[in-house]
Design a protein around this ligand. Structure first.
Ligand code: ADP
Ligand code: XUL
Length: 541
């Protein structure tokens, strides 16, 4: 254990400079612990609990349960309870730091998932017994044993009904920040309330995964933050309060079942007695939990308008902080940002899966795919491809199919370049239009961000330098940074830019935009937008 100093007057000071971030994602619970002391700022500990591997008794595959209806995807909320108990035990047990030095804890969770609790919930939290495991004490608090998660696509009819009741999908987006989406909490609550009125009547409170886990740490029902509450189609994105018409259109007497919404940076209390008595953890300050996407914004160092992240995962997403929500969010999602403004997120379904499709269609591997990009000129001699291998989200296209222009199907290298250029032009065009400005730099994440040939096209098309991300746990790091920021703010000196500069970065050499290539794409992006508009119009008829 670290030595404490004995000062004159026998006041005992202990170094309290550790901050914990937690991330309860679809498949795992991760903790990142940072040292926030000036001069020694770094990540000191990281640990993950993988639900399917470490909690096999819940029978999930990759953290979720499938059902007869293939559109329904749920997780058992008790599994998240037990994982949190295991994680806090692990934090208390590890030998990398003194748990007594933990000053504050913040967290985040997969967005949109809902937890349904009965009238014993608050009392059970207040009466937690440190001699018994948490899950054993909370198994009776659920009015619904399964939580629908963001992968659940079963609420199409509820989305249509909500749009109809509230003046159309774009009006819902103007008010709540997103059109009605099947995975969002509001449509999910609507389906439960109508399909199981007795279950809904027995429900005293509906948490998101984030506010549920924050409640466990607090030992009392905890508030939601505007970052995650924005993923419900229930909150007015500008006032950051529940929208009465949206609540009325969703389920009866919903207001009394929802947590209050509280600023992401406001302290909510201290770690409950259960954790202190059971594991010897200190009475650390607690912050509201947020969604994993808003948390990743901070964890990827994107804290200023003009900072943009591009994630090249299964889908591709472009995201970043913006000062005001777009007047017409259209296909985008607007969430609250933990830094106080807004987070804009634009999702493109044809990401890595489309790249794999083209790679396999031309019999290539990833090195061959990269060579094809190296062997072809930026602008591809005017060839274009609209990359809709699958139904697309941005713009919304139900009848997929690749569209080639000035492009021979048998030219493998030109097709690889056309695909990647098409993907990047779509992202850059939609981002600039929705955010109202071009990025000044881009942080690249996700599996395909290891491919520098792809990142070069990204830099040239967006006209901005690209920085590969170092960390794969931006969401939990974001929690730790939020915790540190809140403590610094309480002392009167917090600066997000300085803070992220100390912790984020070092992910390999930046890929610089080439000005001559950026000029080529400036023209081509207009052509692409015109082709995309035609293809969108014709897919509607
Ligand atoms: P997820 O969205 O599931 O978290 P990841 O961010 O892990 O996805 O990205 C996985 C994807 O990364 C794979 O589907 C693969 O297509 C892509 N990928 C991995 N290596 C490369 C590479 N060298 N070049 C291009 N894509 C790659
Ligand atoms: C965002 C979304 C996912 C989950 C994943 O809208 O549905 O990114 O947050 O955890």
């Amino acid at each position: 254990r670290r030595v404490s100093w004995l000062l004159p007057g026998m006041i005992r000071y202990r170094r309290m400079a550790l901050y914990v971030g937690l991330d309860s994602s679809t498949q795992s619970l991760t903790a990142t612990v940072i040292d926030g002391a000036a001069g020694s700022r770094r990540v000191v500990f990281e640990h993950s609990i993988v639900f399917a591997r470490d909690l096999p008794q819940y029978g999930t595959v990759n953290g979720v349960t499938r059902h007869d209806d293939p559109l329904v995807v749920t997780s058992p909320p008790l599994m998240w309870v037990e994982a949190l108990d295991m994680m806090m035990a692990a934090l208390a047990r590890q030998r990398m730091f003194d748990p007594a030095d933990v000053a504050a804890i913040a967290g985040c969770a997969q967005q949109h998932g809902t937890v349904y609790l009965n009238d014993t919930y608050a009392a059970a939290l207040a009466a937690l017994d440190a001699s018994r495991p948490l899950a054993e004490q909370l198994q009776g608090v659920f009015s619904r044993r399964e939580s629908p998660v963001w992968m659940d696509e079963s609420t199409g009819p509820q989305c249509l009904a909500l749009a109809h009741a509230l003046g159309g999908p774009d009006e819902v987006a103007r008010v709540t920040g997103s059109r009605p989406f099947a995975r969002f909490a509001g449509p999910q609550i609507k389906k439960f309330a109508a399909g199981n009125p007795a279950g809904y009547a027995a429900t005293r409170r509906i948490d998101l995964v984030s506010s549920f886990l924050a409640s466990l740490l607090l030992g009392a029902p905890a508030p939601l933050d505007p970052g995650d509450a924005a993923g419900m189609n229930l909150m007015n994105i500008r006032t950051r309060r529940w929208s009465p018409p949206a609540l009325d259109a969703t389920a009866p007497a919903l207001a009394q079942r929802l947590p209050p919404i509280q600023d992401s940076s406001a302290r909510i209390g201290v770690l409950a007695r259960y954790w202190r008595d059971r594991y010897g953890l200190p009475s650390a300050e607690l912050l509201p939990w947020t969604g994993d996407n808003p948390s990743s914004l901070v964890g990827a160092g994107l804290v200023q308008a003009g900072d943009v992240g591009v994630s090249l995962g299964t889908s591709d997403t472009v995201f970043g902080p913006v000062d005001t929500p777009p007047a017409e969010p259209r296909w985008a999602n607007v969430f609250g940002s933990p830094t106080g403004g807004y987070m804009l997120l634009v999702c493109f379904r044809n990401g890595s899966l489309a790249r794999e499709h083209i790679r396999d269609r031309y019999g290539l591997d990833w090195p061959g795919f990269s060579r094809a990009l190296a062997d072809t000129p930026p602008g591809n001699n005017g060839a274009l491809m609209i990359p809709w291998v699958e139904a697309e989200i941005t713009p919304t296209i139900d009848s997929p199919g690749l569209r080639r222009f000035n492009l021979a199907e048998d030219d493998a290298a030109a097709n690889v370049r056309a695909l990647v250029e098409g993907q990047m032009m779509a992202m850059a065009n939609h981002w600039d239009a929705l955010a109202g400005r071009r990025p000044h730099r881009i942080r690249a994440t996700g599996g395909a961000s290891s491919n520098r040939a792809i990142l070069q096209v990204m830099a040239d098309v967006f006209g901005a330098d690209v920085y590969p991300a170092a960390s794969t746990s931006a969401a939990s790091l974001g929690g730790a940074l939020r915790a540190l920021h809140a403590v610094e703010a309480a002392r009167g000196g917090a600066d997000w830019r300085a803070l992220v500069a100390d912790f984020v970065g070092g992910g390999g050499e930046a890929v610089a935009a080439n000005p001559a290539h950026a000029a080529v794409y400036h023209r081509l992006r207009g052509d692409y937008a015109a082709r995309e508009a035609e293809a969108t119009a014709s897919s509607r008829t």
